[in-house]
Design a protein around this ligand. Structure first.
Ligand SMILES: [Zn+2]
Length: 335
């Protein structure tokens, strides 16, 4: 059957896709003072197990994480150093990495520390990239900042926010990274990181950094993150899509319960989705969350009038809601 464009169901808005088109970006800002970053030598890091890999390229994205550790009331520099050592020990001894995973760490008190060795020196150089370990499969193109704390339900302290703005501005200037390429970990993976509250502030972060660098700011598109307790048409669509991919045990009730989590977890394993290397979030089981790593594997082109589970997903998303057209190919469930 030949299908016209009118037959296409565009589900971007229903899935919560937001954003706008890219525009030309230029970097014309005047020089600013760089933020104080305590080096690995200053916080007494262990030497790396192997020599640091320095790539002859610049990173494309700045990735914001939270450590998912407790929201310490200790805002001292000593706490920042202690945290840096704890993360390095965990990454080297438990994860088996050569050094700290992320390039930078930002404490609750806003004390910035170098994570992986040489990261500060190489960002200052501006033409190379220290390959870290903080977003699975993307480490050649991402530079990461771990923010101490858990920002799922509370906001970060002002000093920490200001330090984050300063550091992101510095990195974006050095590498000419556009504000639209400032991301959260969840933009790449099925994870809650960097927490709902911090993630919701990323548009503000892009805006402030853009103003500082005097470059235009656009907000990128993002995938919805579904998790246990969520209900509604997106959950129902995801359940149909999981069934469409062979997970027959998932219910189709629009309620994200334990069997939906288990089904997604199995699907993630069979699809070879990697274990995500966050700090404390790596301890919690997030394998059944449905986020940026899952959607591209779940959606497919579909005849929305058909009998397939994917067609039911398309109908679930359009039922009762306004289907707004988007040109984003990622979000099409089309026939
Ligand atoms: Zn993370």
């Amino acid at each position: 059957m030949a299908l016209t464009r009118r037959d296409l169901i565009r589900t971007g808005a229903t899935l919560g896709l937001t954003g706008s088109a890219l525009s030309v970006t230029t970097f014309t800002a005047a020089a600013e003072t760089n933020p104080k970053v305590w080096t690995t030598a200053e916080w007494a890091a262990r030497p790396p197990k192997e020599s640091i890999e320095v790539l002859k390229r610049t990173p494309a994205y700045i990735v914001v994480h939270h450590t998912a550790t407790k929201n310490s009331e200790d805002l001292s520099k000593e706490q920042a150093f202690k945290l840096s050592r704890a993360i390095q020990n965990y990454h080297m001894d438990s994860r088996g990495w050569i050094d700290t995973g992320q390039q930078f760490t930002n404490s609750r008190g806003g004390h910035l520390t170098e994570g992986r060795h040489r990261s500060l020196e190489i960002v200052r150089d501006g033409a190379h990239h220290v390959r870290g370990a903080h977003v699975a499969n993307r480490n050649s193109e991402v530079i990461g900042i771990e923010n101490e704390g858990t920002y799922t339900t509370v906001d970060m302290p002002p000093a920490q926010w200001n330090a984050l703005v300063d550091l992101v501005t510095f990195i974006a200037r050095q590498y000419k990274i556009k504000p639209s390429e400032i991301c959260g970990h969840r933009d790449f993976a099925n994870t809650q990181c960097p927490g709902d509250l911090l993630y919701k502030r990323l548009p503000e972060l892009r805006k402030v950094v853009g103003e500082r660098l005097a470059v235009p700011v656009t907000q990128p598109k993002s995938w919805p993150l579904l998790r246990p307790g969520d209900t509604g048409p997106r959950v129902l669509a995801a359940q149909h899509l999981l069934r469409d991919r062979g997970e027959r045990d998932v219910p189709t009730d629009g309620v994200f319960g334990s069997s939906t989590f288990a089904a997604m977890s199995r699907f993630a394993r069979s699809a070879g989705l990697p274990d995500e290397p966050c700090y404390a979030t790596a301890v919690a089981d997030e394998s059944g969350l449905i986020g940026a790593a899952a959607w591209p594997l779940l959606i497919r082109q579909v005849d929305p009038h058909g009998d397939s589970d994917a067609a039911k997903a398309a109908r679930a998303l359009s039922a009762g809601g306004t289907v707004v057209e988007t040109q984003d190919w990622r979000m099409l469930l089309e026939g």
